[in-house]
Design a protein around this ligand. Structure first.
Ligand code: NAP
Length: 264
């Protein structure tokens, strides 16, 4: 498949690699192998320019990623039209702790706040940020219905869920435009979700393709773990894009090169 690929039936064409931006906005209570400092504005702007230069048009953020949305709103000023922005709703991270609210009122307020922070009048992809109770959220809250309403109103272009379970991912693939799921060489449990996304023509964004970096730090054999991951993730016909989190320019370059080899 080509570098730019259709995101399910949304009409959006996303790059095979999306840039994950947890590390632009939050360095507390994260699951990465080591501690890190948030990049300053100059480094963050250079990283975004590099990503754009490398052909990336998809950027993933969330209200739960600390200052990520707000920083992107400033950093992307004047270049909004280049980017497809994915943000989320339902998880709030405050005073070092996450709490969750999937009520329609919270969803509406949160999306309106994301629009202000991101300095835009529409968000391209909006996902429920699951706490792990995927099916409960899908079947016993009106969160997806509220997102459908926000799409009708033109505040978001497409919607879906970032899931944590196979059952939740399958249910979301039947009801949504987009599912975000975990899939990498050491976490393959959600493979049936990718297969279902392909069958349902649902966009599939793969989060944690490097197992949040642990795949690289724990690599003990001679193979290139980044290439192995890209071959696996982008080699699956259900995958639309791999969302890789990085604030290191050399890693961004290597990830795009590996992704381009994987799809060639
Ligand atoms: N619940 C959810 O919705 C959810 C959960 C998790 C993630 N996500 C999204 O998915 C994105 C990706 O997940 P993630 O950030 O957890 O994990 P990831 O992309 O699997 O791994 C990121 C980690 O790997 C390192 N890395 C990246 N490229 C590398 C390379 N070529 N060589 C060596 N190390 C490399 C990064 O460090 P450097 O910064 O030094 O490169 C970073 O610490 C997130 O940023 C976020 O946007 C969503």
């Amino acid at each position: 498949m080509s570098w730019l690929r259709p995101l399910g039936n949304t009409g959006l064409n996303v790059s095979a690699i999306g840039l994950g931006t947890v590390k632009l906005g939050r360095n507390r209570e994260v699951k990465y192998p080591g501690n890190f400092a948030l990049p300053d504005d100059r480094s963050a702007a250079a990283l975004l320019a590099q990503a754009r230069e490398l052909g990336i048009n998809l950027i993933d953020t969330a209200p739960a990623y600390g200052s990520s949305e707000e920083r992107l709103g400033k950093l992307l000023a004047g270049q909004r039209q280049h980017w497809l922005i994915c943000s989320k709703v339902g998880e709030e991270f405050q005073q070092g702790k996450s709490h969750f609210d999937f009520s329609p009122q919270h969803i509406r307020n949160s999306v309106q706040r994301s629009l202000r922070r991101l300095n835009t009048d529409v968000i391209d992809i909006l996902l429920i940020h699951s706490d792990g109770s995927d099916l409960q959220i899908i079947e016993h809250t009106d969160s997806l219905e509220e997102l459908a309403q926000l799409k009708n109103e033109g505040l978001i272009r497409s919607y879906g869920m970032s899931t944590k379970t196979v059952e939740g991912g399958l249910a979301a693939a039947h009801r949504c435009d987009v599912v975000m799921l975990t899939y990498n060489p050491v976490q393959r449990e959600e493979l049936p979700v990718l297969e279902c996304c392909k069958k349902m023509h649902c966009g599939a964004l793969v989060k944690k393709p490097l197992a949040s970096g642990h795949l690289v730090t724990n690599n003990s054999d001679a193979t290139d773990p980044v290439q192995s991951s890209m071959d696996l993730v982008l080699g699956h016909p259900g995958t639309t894009a791999a969302i890789v989190g990085t604030i290191t320019p050399a890693h961004l370059l290597a990830n795009v090169a590996a992704a381009r080899r994987a799809i060639s």
